[in-house]
Design a protein around this ligand. Sequence first.
Ligand code: AMP
Ligand code: MG
Length: 531
Amino acid sequence: MSKLRHMSAPLSSPPLQNFSWSPEPEQWLNRFARLSAETQARWQAPLGVSWQGDPLPMPAWVAVNQGLAADIGWPEHWHLGAESAGLPGALSVFSGNAAWPGMAPFTSVYSGHQFGVWAGQLGDGRALLLGEVDSPIGPQEIQLKGAGATPYSRRADGRAVLRSSIREYLCSEAMHGLGVPTTRALSLVASPQPVRRETIETAAVVTRVAPSFIRFGHFEHFAHSGEPGHLDALQALVDFVVEHHYPELANEPNRALALLDGVVKRTAELMAHWQSVGFCHGVMNTDNMSILGLTIDYGPFGFLDAFDPNHICNHSDDRGRYSWNNQPQIGYWNLRALAQALLPLIPEAKDDAQVVIDVLQTYEQRFPEAMRARWRAKLGLQASQDEDGELAVALLHTMAASKADFTITFRRLCDYRADLPPEHAANAPVRDLFLDRAAFDVWAHRYASRLQAEGSVDAERAQRMRRVNPVYVLRNHMAEVAIQRAQKGDYSEVQRLHQLLQRPFDEQPGAEADAGFPPEWAQAIEVSCSS
Ligand code: AMP
Ligand code: MG
């Protein structure tokens, strides 16, 4: 075990002698925690409570995201800082055992709809906001996941297991690499502390970074709580989000309505982006929907392998509510829940909710438009034509009938030679993915004439398409190998995958297997809500 640990030497090396570091205390802005104190003082409706993590025994770094650390202006060895003169070392801070001066650890309350049913109060049951730090890429909130029970844990343990924490760490960075808006992951810490799930596993803490972790469920909470001051707190939350995260809406006559419009737009774009990379979130409950349109809360997610539009990645989702094909509709459903929550702040809607419905219904144009633009890019089309969506859907039908691999099909399509017939040997790599070659040929002829109509040049098209059709996505089996090794103390595969997935559009030497079909055993992997 100790020998294996050695493989991740740069991370597990002892703290640098005499090196200690933390951001300057005044860099911590902690605006959300401050807002909570204000709403508490004015209306007795706090957004959460100041809190501290439960001690995590024997923490060790599994992975540290130096790229993100550099983006937020932290020095190279930030994670090796040792405790000095009362300043805790980074490992203590990012395992939830201590806080740096200026941090204001805080855990927040929200509610939500889970699987279509009102679930009432939820909240950060295992997330702890350490604080909000100013940075070269703007203020960023830094949050631990799995730092122990909070007032919102509802009798659960407040922990996250190493397995699911590796999945969150890798996938949030993989999504970032793909260009999909997402919360980020700064570090991953493991501990031998046992955690009971279906079996006994061990605890881990992921540090997440985002401009804000506010969810649709925050608004639902204050809209539906019925406590004194709840609508004032709701308005304060709207004002906060608009002023800090949608400043272009600050002067709109009704901020709640304007915010809804902004969130509808971002959510439509996010759904189209997910669909285009074959990402399935798995638990699109309203408490897992970011008000900033970020991908948030990585649990039983999955990327499509053999294309099945009804693919359900979450083993606990027996009805397939959150299947790949349903995601855009569920995004819309969730936006309706958000609209409902914002209604009390929109006086124009008192007698006639049509103003709100009109904003909501823009989703019915915005999503298909965003989706068409994504498909167009994936097919390398430059001109926009009404039937582009249909051309993509026809391909998806053909892929589904043949169970063609989603990622591999689109990647191989980059090199499709439209100047040659589909049956030409040069086109075999993509054509051979289809059991029904004739069906592919019918589609390919249509594609080729569409390309010719816009004077498309194959080599240039290939270049464009390689920037939107990834070679590498985090398939379940890849994460699984990293997890199994990490559970034995070898973190090198976590680090290798993190590196690889930072540049998912570039072929990388030695990573041929990661670009290939999933192995047979991958089908047996079951991913559920248990995390
Ligand atoms: P999720 O479906 O993972 O987004 O979680 C839904 C709710 O359950 C959130 O309020 C979480 O904070 C809470 N939760 C999930 N797992 C735990 C846990 N192990 N301990 C405490 N709360 C949890
Ligand atoms: Mg959640």
